[in-house]
Design a protein around this ligand. Structure first.
Ligand code: IVH
Length: 714
């Protein structure tokens, strides 16, 4: 199978980025990104590799459990591999998981599966090996196959038994697995002590625990308030059969042997009870003694665990249900105003830095003036900050009971803080805008946007460099970038010979290879995002044609309403924009869209139009074509592909093993089509086929849900 070059590039980029962040997390104990950001990239890579198995190189992070082994400590193989866990993030995904598990266990129903559930503790995974009841070896997880030997250090951990407490039944080998954690209270005291010694502060309890375990000097480990909480086993060899048949029995035996076990763990007889446990812990997590980042649900019956087995990196019999948003309290130090590309003044909360979900947060968005009023946040307030996955942190609200009377109500400025020009808030709009077209902040943001991922996506030329170039007066408009000379670049701090060459090469590449839709998006026309830019780029051959189009004509394009149409027309009438376009043309940045090949399912002026043009689609289940390829084809045909079910969807394309989305779509009365029907719609409008023919193939009762394995069970 041919792999599109851009997907291969993206996979390589994801592999490198994930490997780097895995190292930051597991080796350096200093993560730079949140778990949610990591998970999202991991998920994207897994998807790409599912579609194009040739992309799954042996060094892909999907082929191993994250983590690497430090050079300084000796290594040892795990007798049984220490796996990672797959994640679900909401009740719907949990339901999908139970359905897939039940399908793999003949004679069971999702509702009838009993799960042992525990908090997912946020610490460092550890394996303790007991031989004839005595602790002989402690190993970190390392890369899952091989861990670091930290026996002397772990012997200093006060809450673990150096010898198993109960002698009956005595295993000849028992490997106990669990998490090394530090409670929040101990963490606060530890950091205070560090501060007094002028030593480095730890970012969060997890890093403190990991750093403490992986010391070369065990006296340091001994001085740290570490705890070991057991959650499972590796090898267990008994003179007779092992004395347990369920996860619950394992845990009660571990407790009898003298281990602290995950607090609050319980047996849930029904899948719905697990969801309730998850909701309850999500709500009360702040009340627990230590940080948790979700719930782990494990099939209680060990024979079923064995039957389900493992994927390449995780057990199928267990799943982590991660929490989405983390909330913490901190002080609101100030409110600053940032000026965006379109002149919108956005308030930003300056916070007393605080760790939320493993990431230090110093700023949060406050959206607009009304939001500050509605939430009644005042400078100096203690505020609740929330971070949901990779979303920008936001302020939930103040803690009014903590007010001291010195808090200040924020006055929204009536002038742009960058250029001093009067700002304006239009009736019915939430945003204040700077009206000065020459505002330096707006110009800066315009150039930053031009090169960003949403625009030309020029690699290596980010915000930092643009700010430097503009501060030095070397660049005023996007066109100036393409006139930069090497000598000018070399004036910049930290710019080397090689970097300058790369810089110029990237710009030259952009000038020659930019597609029309990217340039349209890069111009930052109000209301024109990448989706609209794609539609415009598919319809017009170049910017001359687009610039000549009137509002009426533009409105014929699906998804373009009167507001977007007039915004496009205004953009091309503006003298400043016309000058920019003149310069871009002169510089050779003037892409021409080739007319589509005859018979192609593209919406070109006068050409055949796919029946999917302007339609909204959602894919679910496994498609033989691959999700990514199907999405690409659909978008090329002018369809919009979305991720969630709603009644605004025109078609749900259901592949094999479609789950809850299919049920929901049917409940909402959305048309459901199978893969062949989707292909027919895609090419409808071409000679020999009509949209009507393919729409007849709506697969109300097509053989879906036929036990395929997808998603978590790859
Ligand atoms: S069970 C086969 N239970 O989460 C893997 N893991 O993301 C079984 N973790 O490396 C793991 N609390 O260190 C399990 N109650 C719990 C846990 C837990 C935290 C960690 C564990 C694992 C990581 C996977």
């Amino acid at each position: 199978m041919d792999i599109p070059a851009d997907l291969a590039r993206r996979a390589a980029e994801l592999r490198d980025t994930l490997a780097y962040h895995s190292w930051r997390y597991h080796v350096q104990d200093e993560p730079e990104i949140s778990d949610a950001e990591y998970d999202a990239m991991f998920h994207e890579l897994t998807r790409l590799e599912e579609e194009y198995p040739a992309l799954a190189t042996p060094d892909s992070p999907t082929q191993k459990v994250g983590g690497a082994v430090s050079k300084a400590l000796p290594n040892q193989e795990h007798a049984l591999r220490m796996y990672s866990l797959d994640n679900v993030f909401d009740a719907e995904e949990w339901l999908d998981y139970t359905q897939k598990a039940a399908r793999l266990l003949p004679g069971t129903t999702p509702e009838g599966l009993a799960f042992w559930v525990e908090p997912k503790m946020d610490g460092l995974a550890m394996e303790l090996i007991y031989e004839n009841g005595v602790l002989t070896t402690a190993l970190t997880r390392g890369d899952g196959h091989k861990g670091e030997v930290v026996t002397t250090n772990m012997r200093t951990v006060k809450n673990l038994p150096l010898r198993l407490k109960s002698a009956v039944p005595m295993p000849s080998i028992l490997e106990v697995r669990g998490e090394v954690v530090i409670t929040r209270a101990d963490f606060a005291a530890l950091n205070e002590a560090q501060q007094q010694k002028d030593a480095k502060l730890f970012a969060n309890p997890r890093n403190a625990a990991a750093g403490s375990v992986r010391q070369l000097d065990s006296a340091i480990t001994a001085s740290r308030p570490l705890r070991f909480m057991a959650y499972g086993i590796g090898r267990a060899i008994f003179p007779n059969a092992a004395p347990w048949r369920t996860q619950q029995e394992i845990i009660s035996h571990l407790a009898a042997y003298g281990f602290a076990v995950a607090p609050g763990a319980k047996l849930c007889a029904k899948a719905a009870d697990v969801a309730a446990f998850y909701r309850c812990l999500a709500e009360h997590r702040q009340e627990l003694a230590f940080d948790i980042d979700g719930v782990v649900a494990k099939l209680n019956r060990l024979d079923w665990q064995e039957e389900l087995g493992f994927t390449a990196h995780a057990p199928r019999w267990a799943i982590a249900m991660k929490f989405l948003a983390q909330r913490v309290c901190t002080r609101l130090m100030d409110i600053q105003i940032q000026v965006g590309r379109t002149g919108v003044l956005t308030p930003r909360a300056v916070l007393d830095p605080v760790t939320v979900g493993g990431v230090v947060v110093s700023y949060a968005t406050l959206h607009n003036e009304d939001e500050i009023r509605a939430k009644d946040v005042r400078i100096g307030d203690l505020v609740v900050v929330q971070r949901a996955g990779d979303v920008i942190p936001e302020i939930v609200g103040p803690v009014p009971g903590e007010r001291r009377g010195t808090e200040r109500i924020f006055q929204f400025p009536e002038n742009c803080p960058e250029c001093g020009h009067p700002a304006h808030r239009e009736a019915g709009e939430a945003a204040w805008r700077c009206l000065n077209k020459l505002c330096p902040a707006m110009r800066r943001q315009t150039v930053i946007y031009f090169v960003s991922k949403a625009g030309l996506d020029i690699q290596g030329i980010g915000e930092k460099w643009i700010v430097m170039l503009m501060d030095r007066g070397l660049v005023k408009t996007p066109a100036d970038l393409f006139r930069l000379r090497k000598e000018e670049l070399m004036e910049l701090d930290r710019m080397g010979d090689k970097l300058a060459d790369n810089f110029l090469q990237a710009l030259a590449g952009a000038r020659q290879n930019t597609e029309l839709r990217r340039l349209i998006s890069a111009l930052g026309i109000k209301h024109v995002g990448s989706q609209t830019a794609r539609a415009l780029g598919g319809k017009y051959r170049n910017l001359d044609e687009l610039g000549a189009a009137g509002a009426e004509e533009l409105r014929q394009i699906p998804d373009i309403g009167p507001e977007v149409a007039s915004s496009i027309v205004e953009f091309f009438q503006d003298e400043g924009n016309r000058e920019l376009l003149r310069q871009l043309r002169e510089l050779g940045l003037w892409p021409q869209q080739a007319p589509p090949p005859p018979g192609a399912a593209l919406a070109s002026p006068g050409g055949p139009v796919s029946a999917l043009w302007g339609k909204t689609l959602l894919f679910t289940g496994t498609l033989t074509l691959g999700r990514g390829a199907a999405k690409k084809l659909a978008e090329e045909a002018g369809a919009k592909v979305v991720g969630a079910v709603s009644k605004n969807i025109d078609y749900l394309v259901a592949g094999e093993a479609a789950g809850s989305k299919l049920a929901k779509a049917r409940a909402l009365g959305v048309a459901v089509v199978d893969e062949p029907a989707f292909m027919a719609l895609l090419v409808a409008g071409q000679p020999g086929q009509t949209a009507g023919q393919s729409a007849d193939r709506v697969a109300e009762d097509a053989p879906l849900n036929v036990g395929g394995q997808a998603g978590l069970f790859d």
